[in-house]
Design a protein around this ligand. Structure first.
Ligand SMILES: [Zn+2]
Length: 110
């Protein structure tokens, strides 16, 4: 129903980013390009990615920052998302999403 390809290949993944972090998934899907550096939207993303409970990983963890202590991989992926955003790498972000979903499937899906 949607011509735009998903951020992840559904054949490989049991879950999508929209299942665990719908707010960020929507953002990433709606924007073909990342926010223009230093624009208002850029700052909004930047600030949220910098707040552990509000970044992509934080949203998936129930808008909590407890993963910082509880899951080393979530923590490092949180930093990775921020880095990809700062260097404005769309492909980097997609790779991060891919790795995050893979990790989520392995460790956090019960
Ligand atoms: Zn984790």
């Amino acid at each position: 129903m949607n011509a735009k390809p998903d951020l992840v290949d559904p054949r490989e993944k049991a879950i999508n980013l929209s299942d665990i972090a719908p707010k960020w998934a929507k953002r990433l899907e709606e924007e073909e390009k990342l926010p223009f550096p230093l624009s208002i939207r850029w700052f909004k993303w930047y600030f949220e990615l910098d707040i552990p409970s509000r970044c992509i990983v934080g949203e998936a963890n129930g808008s909590s920052s407890s993963y910082e202590k509880e899951c080393k991989e979530c923590n490092s992926l949180g930093w990775q998302f921020g880095h990809s955003f700062l260097v404005r790498s769309r492909s980097g972000l997609e790779k991060d999403v891919h790795m995050f979903l893979q990790h989520w499937n392995e460790k956090h899906v019960t």
